[in-house]
Design a protein around this ligand. Structure first.
Ligand code: BGP
Length: 489
């Protein structure tokens, strides 16, 4: 059967995360969440911010200081872009752009402020009923992430976070409420955003403070085991409570190529792929721990403690789609001193053939086609690109325009390669462009690393009118969607 490109049901979309967009951190009965505790001094220079982001992981001191401070000044994720109070206007703009699907995350601490509450917070549930109903009014399907890093801080204070197997019980209660009360409104469910963030950004992924752990890797992979079980439980519950809805898995995709045709580099690329990418999706899509991970766990001295029924649960709770975030690619080599460059969550080895963004993330649109083929070949499951986009400095002109030709170029190239992948035979269901509206960036915690086709007039300190403006890329994406990926000029 000849495939010529996007089919008529292809879902063009956009994505955000509650902790980076909503604000209203103490409104509507919400409890304090782990992402509310991440600190940024807006007076830091770009270099100081990069240094903090890449070289100084979250600390116990930072965590404790945040718990004493109920201001928003030094906690950008408590402010976001005030999507919590502005979502009707923002979703209207997205509807005007023609989006067919909208991805955001649900804040566990809006539904259960402390995570272990006996009953859920009705105001929090109502917010999501209203939010997702507004998506439908704007002709958008809903792609809901259950955990996009943030969990109620009480679960860390009282139970130690994901290390504690009890979180599975609390998570199951959370998912049951989501399915019961929001099941009719949500089309795609994603239990965990970038589940491999556990290894690459432990506070984000599994709420572990690196300096606070005797054996960090043991704590990471034991916590991950609990998250894998939660993912499987969400699938099992979903079969009963939201039959017909797709429940999926997601990783931050670290696409890598052998740095040279040397056999050693090719072998390194296989290992890097197994340990950074495939392991996580294999457990959730194939339902078992792959054999190759035994060698890795031996290397890092990790022994997962399992209980009776765990392996059966994993086998029974495999996902209905696989998804990933894709921003950049890197190379694999065991050559000492290979030049490095930043990427999403990691510092990778540089590919001399690629350009990079202003944050050093290497731009590789063909890598997206490469990734789509690899992922689909491996699992033969429907695929969703849950995040892709270009973080860049944008300038708002006097007359309220943003000429972001660089972002249009980035999107044009990646949309072109997505089409090639579909013609290659990949069953690509949806593309939700990351940060479709400017939000607080996740790593640096800044507004000035902008991804949106909609500009938000706020700076790193939360100052500004907060007004929204359509960038040139808004009109480009509107045409792209209206022509179903054909008109990319
Ligand atoms: C991913 C997260 C998103 C998003 C993206 C871009 O890891 O899932 O939350 O933030 O990275 O990263 P950043 O915002 O640091 O540029």
């Amino acid at each position: 059967m000849e495939r010529t490109g996007y089919n008529k049901d292809f879902l063009w979309g956009g994505a955000i995360a509650c902790s980076q967009a909503d604000g209203g951190f103490n409104e509507g009965g919400k409890g304090v969440s782990t992402q509310d505790t991440r600190y940024l001094n807006p007076k830091w220079t770009a270099k100081e911010i990069a240094d903090k982001h890449h070289n100084r992981p979250f600390t116990l001191e930072e965590f404790n200081a945040a718990l004493q401070d109920d201001s928003t000044e030094f906690y950008p994720l408590r402010r976001g872009i005030n999507f919590y109070n502005n979502y009707k206007e923002d979703l209207k703009l997205m509807g005007e752009m023609g989006l067919k699907i909208f991805r955001t995350s649900i804040s566990w601490s809006r539904i259960f402020p402390n995570g272990d509450d006996a009953v859920p917070n009705e105001e929090g549930i109502q917010f999501y009923i209203d939010l997702f109903s507004e998506c439908k009014k704007n002709n958008m399907k809903v792609f809901a992430t259950m955990i996009h890093y943030d969990i109620p801080v009480n679960l860390v204070l009282k139970y130690g976070g994901w290390k504690n197997r009890e979180l599975i019980t609390f998570f199951e209660k959370y998912v049951t409420v989501l399915y019961e009360r929001l099941g009719e409104l949500v089309d795609f469910w994603l239990p965990f955003n970038e589940i491999n963030a556990a290894k690459f950004s432990p506070w984000d992924g599994v709420c572990l403070i690196p300096g606070n752990e005797e054996h960090l890797d043991q704590a990471i992979f034991q916590s991950l085991h609990h998250q894998f079980l939660c993912s499987a439980k969400a699938v099992q519950l979903g079969r009963k409570m939201v039959p017909g809805k797709k429940i999926g898995a997601m990783i931050a995709r670290f696409t890598t190529y052998p740095a040279t045709c040397k056999p050693e580099d090719n072998m390194q690329a296989i290992l890097d792929d197994q340990y950074s990418n495939w392991f996580y999706l294999d457990v959730m899509a194939r339902g078992e721990y792959p054999k190759y991970i035994d060698r890795y766990f031996k290397q890092i001295n990790v022994n997962i403690m399992m209980e009776d029924g765990d392996l059966e649960l994993l086998k029974d709770g495999t996902v209905g789609f696989v998804s990933f975030s894709y921003y950049f690619s890197q190379v694999s080599t065991n050559v000492e001193g290979w030049e490095q460059t930043a990427g999403n969550l990691v510092i990778g080895k540089k590919n001399p053939y690629l350009e990079a963004s202003e944050w050093g993330w290497q731009i590789d649109s063909i890598g997206l086609r490469f990734t789509l083929n690899q992922v689909y070949d491996r699992y033969q499951l429907p695929v969703i690109i849950a995040e892709n986009g270009l973080g860049a400095y944008d300038t708002l002109t006097e007359n309220g325009e943003v000429h972001d030709s660089y972002r249009i170029e980035y999107m044009r190239k990646h949309v072109t390669e997505m089409k090639e992948a579909i013609i290659d035979g990949v069953e690509l269901l949806a593309f939700t462009a990351w940060g479709i509206i400017d939000i607080v960036s996740c790593g640096p915690l800044t507004m000035d690393k902008r991804y949106g086709t909609i500009y938000v007039d706020l700076d790193n300190g939360g100052n500004g009118s907060g007004k929204r403006y359509k960038k040139d890329s808004f009109y480009w994406y509107q045409k792209c969607i209206a022509s179903n990926g054909e008109d990319l000029e």
